[in-house]
Structure formats: C-alpha cells, structure tokens
Design a protein around this ligand. Structure first.
Ligand code: HEM
Ligand code: HEM
Length: 405
C-alpha cells in the first residue's frame, strides 16, 4: 500500500506552478500569434511558443515520475465525495492535455514541414510532410487549447471555492505552507486568473474575427489547361506547355529549415534541337499563384515587401540563346525579371523528346539557385537573411507537346 501524505512534495508544487504559468502564457501567446499578420516578430513568437511548449512536455514527464515515486496525497476531510470525484476527472484531463497539447503541436509542425527548436537547439522531424496530418493536428491542437481553457477555469474556480468559501487547506497544500494564508494564495489566484481572463478575451476576439476570415476572397485556383484543349490550341511550330504536368517549384529556408513552394506559369516555347538559333522561350510566372503550404506565408509573399503582386503581377524569363552541351543536355541563357529587377540568368537543363501517337512530347528539367535579395524580394525587416535565407533553389519541370513534325 502506497504511503499517504497531506501535502504535495516540493517538486510537485514547483512543477505545478511553473506549468500553470507556462500553460496560461502559451494559451495567450498561441492565440495572439495566430491572429498576427505575417512578420518577423510573428515567426519569432512561433519559435518561442514551440520552445516553451516543449518545456511543458519535458516538465510533465518529470512530474509523472515524481508523482509515481512520492506518497499519495489524500483528500482533505473538508472535501465532499463529489468534489474529490470532480477534481480527479479534471486532474486526469489536465494531465492528458499536458501531453497531448505539445505532442499535437510537434506533429503539426513536422507534418507541415515547419521548423521546431528548443530554445535554439534544432529538433529534427520524425515524420514526412503530410498535409492531412498537418490539418488534423492543427485542429486538434486548437481544440485542446480551448478545452484546457475551460478545464483550467473549472480547476481555478474549484481552488478558489475551497480557499475563499470553505477556507480549507486545498490551496495551501499546493503552496509551501501548512497554515491557512488568505493573502498569499489570493495573490496567486488573482495573478493566474488574470492571465486566464486575458487568454479568454483573445479567444472571444479570435472567434469574432473568424467570420471576417471566412468572407475573405479565396484566390481563384489557376486551373490547369485540359490536355486536349492544349493540343488543339497548338500552333504547329510551337510547343505547348501542359500545365498540369509541369511545375515550377522552389525551396527556401525559414530558420534554417527548408520549406517548399511553387508557382503556376505559362509561356511560349519554340524549340528545335537542330536549330537552336531559331529557338526561344518566353515564360511568364503568375506571382499570385504562389503556394508555400501556409496561407499566411502565401499572403505575405505577394505583399509589397516581397513580390508586390499588385505592382508586378508576373515574373518573366526570356531566352537570348540556347547552347547544346551534350546528349539531351542544353544551357539556356536569358534574362529573368522579378519585380522591377532584370538580371541575366543561365542554367543547364536536360531535354528528352519522344514521339507517340503522332504527337511529340518533350520533357525538360532544370535546377538552379537564385538569391532573392538580388531581385529585391524581401525588403525592410526581411532584408535580414536570419529568418528567411537568401538562396532559393528552383526546380523547373516542363512537359510540352507538339502536334506536327
Ligand atoms: C490559478 C491557477 C491554478 C490554481 C489556483 C491551481 C490550484 C491547484 C490546487 C490547489 C491543486 C491541488 C488540488 C488538491 O489537492 O486536490 C491543484 C492540482 C493540480 N493542478 Fe492546478 N491550479 C491552477 C492552474 C493549473 C493549471 C494551468 C494546470 C495545468 C494545466 C493545473 C494542473 C493541475 C493538476 C494536474 C493538478 C493535480 C496534481 C496532482 O495530483 O498531481 N493547475 N491545482
Ligand atoms: C502545452 C503547450 C502548448 C499550448 C498550451 C499551446 C497552445 C496553443 C494555442 C492556444 C494556439 C492557438 C490555436 C489556434 O488559434 O489555432 C497554438 C497554436 C500553435 N501551436 Fe501551440 N501550444 C502548446 C505547445 C506547442 C508545441 C510544443 C508546438 C510545436 C512544437 C506548438 C505549435 C503550435 C503552432 C505551430 C501553432 C500555430 C497553428 C496555426 O498557425 O494555426 N504548440 N498553440
């Protein structure tokens, strides 16, 4: 039979109050940061939120071990059976949330391929990117956060009732005192209670705001041309890009961790490997189509500080010449315009042309690295490459068709 005691051991008291402060702070920061517009400060808050959230996870492990090793805290004589029962359920649910909140946060970040660090120490991802898992864990994380807000209210109200109405030792045995001390415990209740109130107020604002968000205009999905239509539109000398089988992807870094994105593009390609002097490509990239796996980041990317889609809706690459460098190997030399900056860009690519069903299909792929700052992408606070790196890896894959020889 496990030993029994009237008061919590010091380590459990210490972890209880540290965790209480952390949880209430995390709720407050969590709801604040998600409502903020995309900025460097927002990303810094996300990183802090994750670090402190992981601290909660570390503490709950220590807490469970300490609880198993220490004597059982027996109910006070003043506790009615229903109070003991209700408190037990609340405590079990709170313990569950202490594990589930940080774990769902971790899974959300990993599945979304967002960086996680513990106060600067990178935490490697244990799973591949998965949009479905990302969305589910995001919803679960938010649900748990709202659940904890309600549970902590019940929990605090219970503690307040015992201290202020029943005037028993419930609060005192979670504090470092054996005697009833009205002011000390009241101060703790008032302090943590006000952080709870601030978090609850934020949730109320957040819920009211949600209406506005749902009314926001959804960016029209740049539907890929149907293959049949593409072929019909063909001018016999030209290649037509099959949009749904072509991609312009990029990889950049946020806090040193890679994230991927892509653009829709279209353009004119006249290409004959035997007549490179008569070949050209004029590719137009639709900036508003950017997708990076985060709505927030997409909105920020098209803003004035980044691509400034209102002033510069398209980026453009126009070739000056092609060079043959080996079997199926070429180099394109041309000019790339992003925003109002035009720079010479050359990149090697591989190209294979096949004939099938009276139709020629070409597959080209290229990889190159650009520096975003060369094109003025990311101004003001974003000029620093501490948060978003300068180098951007581009992967271009084009599937094009040509009807006649
Ligand atoms: C103003 C804020 C809070 C007050 C006044 C408070 C007060 C208390 C008191 C008096 C106890 C002991 C109950 C008893 O002996 O029957 C307790 C236990 C507990 N509290 Fe809190 N608490 C607060 C916030 C929180 C928060 C934010 C959490 C975590 C999410 C939390 C989690 C727990 C848990 C899990 C226990 C059970 C401890 C155990 O048996 O190991 N508390 N709390
Ligand atoms: C126990 C600790 C934690 C608490 C109380 C907490 C609480 C919250 C809250 C209240 C939100 C806002 C919910 C919303 O409006 O969508 C949030 C969002 C978020 N949390 Fe946590 N969190 C904790 C731990 C973690 C951990 C450990 C991570 C990651 C390692 C994490 C990652 C995130 C992320 C990425 C978001 C933003 C989701 C979005 O952009 O919609 N959280 N968290």
């Amino acid at each position: 039979m496990k030993q029994e005691t009237d008061s919590y051991p010091f380590v459990l008291k210490f972890i209880h109050w540290t965790t209480a402060l952390l949880i209430l702070g995390l709720l407050f920061v969590g709801f604040t940061m998600t409502a903020m517009p995309f900025s460097d400060d927002k990303l810094k808050l996300y990183m802090l939120h994750k670090s402190f959230g992981l601290l909660v996870l570390a503490l709950v492990f220590v807490r469970v071990v300490a609880k198993l090793l220490s004597p059982k805290v027996k109910p006070l004589d003043t506790h009615k059976p229903w109070e003991t029962f209700l408190a037990k359920i609340t405590h079990v649910l709170l313990y569950f949330a202490l594990f589930a909140l940080p774990i769902s946060g971790l899974i959300m970040s990993w599945a979304g391929e967002f960086p996680v660090s513990f106060f600067g120490l990178p935490v490697p991802s244990l799973m591949p990117k998965n949009h479905d898992v990302f969305e589910r864990s995001q919803d679960f994380h938010e649900f748990l956060a709202l659940g904890v807000l309600v549970l902590v209210f019940l929990h605090m109200a219970g503690a307040a009732k015992h201290h202020l109405i029943d005037r028993d030792l419930t609060m005192m045995r979670m504090m470092n005192s054996k005697n009833y001390n009205f002011l000390g415990a009241f101060a703790v209740l008032a302090l943590l209670g006000s952080v709870w109130l601030a978090s609850a107020a934020l949730v109320a604002i957040d819920l009211a705001d949600d209406k506005g968000i749902s009314e926001q205009v959804e960016r029209a999905d740049e539907g890929a041309d149907d293959h049949e239509d593409t072929v019909k539109k063909l001018d016999s000398d030209e290649w037509a890009i099959v949009a749904d089988q072509s991609s312009l992807a990029f990889e950049a870094t946020q806090y040193g961790q890679a994230f991927k994105g892509g653009f829709a593009f279209d353009g004119r390609i006249v290409f004959d490997p035997d007549h490179l002097d008569r070949s050209l490509a004029d590719i137009s990239i639709d900036i508003a189509s950017i997708k990076t796996g985060s709505d927030d980041r997409d909105k920020q990317a098209v803003s004035a500080e980044w691509f400034d889609v209102k002033a510069f809706p398209k980026a453009r690459f126009v070739t000056e010449k092609f060079e043959s460098t080996g079997a199926n190997q070429f180099t394109a030399h041309g000019e790339l315009t992003i925003r109002d900056v035009t720079l010479p860009v050359s990149f090697p690519f591989t190209l294979t042309i096949e004939k099938a069903h009276g139709e020629r299909t070409a597959r080209m792929s290229a990889e190159l690295t650009l520096n975003r700052l060369d094109f003025g992408v990311g101004s003001g606070q974003w000029k620093s490459t501490e948060t978003i790196g300068d180098a951007v890896k581009i992967s271009l894959s084009v599937h094009a068709v040509r009807k006649k020889d």
